[in-house]
Design a protein around this ligand. Sequence first.
Ligand code: ZN
Ligand code: ZN
Length: 254
Amino acid sequence: MSRRTRSYPAGGEYSGESGIQNERILVLVFGVINWDPHVVCVAACVSRKLRAVARRVLWRELCISRAPRMAWALMSGSPEGRVCGGFHALAKLLFFCCGSEPSRGSGGHFMRESRFSKTSGKSFLVRKCWGDLLYVSDPCEHSMGPTEDDVGVYRGVFRAFMKSKTRACLIKRQVQLEHRVRCPYCGARVWSMRTARLVPRSASRRLGSHDGTLEYFVCVNGHLHGSCWLVPLSSDEDDDVALCGRSNGSYVSD
Ligand SMILES: [Zn+2]
Ligand SMILES: [Zn+2]
């Protein structure tokens, strides 16, 4: 894409300095506001030029700044520090809970802070895929009303999914891509891990779910999303245990 380096755009588009200077200034400015994802979203909508800058620089910087260990781990070993599906999708995954499926009537929403964990990720892998690196979030608890159990919504991401054992397994078993579900983070097609019979029992235990038929999806870029029914709590005191004791996450986003 060609850059305007000398003249300002005539129309109502963003008018600024040269491309390089803009990017540097933007990175500094966003650093001061701790890479607020809302503001990066707004900036990316201002003009085509800023959208391109966001795609090229800002989403990557946001991920590295807000989730450094996770971002570097996901980039490690990949040419030019790329991540499958791009940094805009990874940024969305860090800060957006996609809600549960429409039939359960619970929508997606922004999350100020999330905890992702490799240990949690491992419990979503069958033994022969333990060599893969997968980060999974704590479940976000969605209340379905006084007469229903809560739903836990979780999400995750593989490192270098194209080279993963999980993907090799899916290909070897000739698992078909789903028709009705798309990845909420990159829009790509997904595999059902239940259909693929790649859901270990440790995943339900990890989630504190009583759902014997746990279902989650992995897209062709290695983003994971799913939901489950959570075990009901017996009293108010149990709340603290449920919220604090579930994870030993290796990363906190803030
Ligand atoms: Zn949620
Ligand atoms: Zn995806």
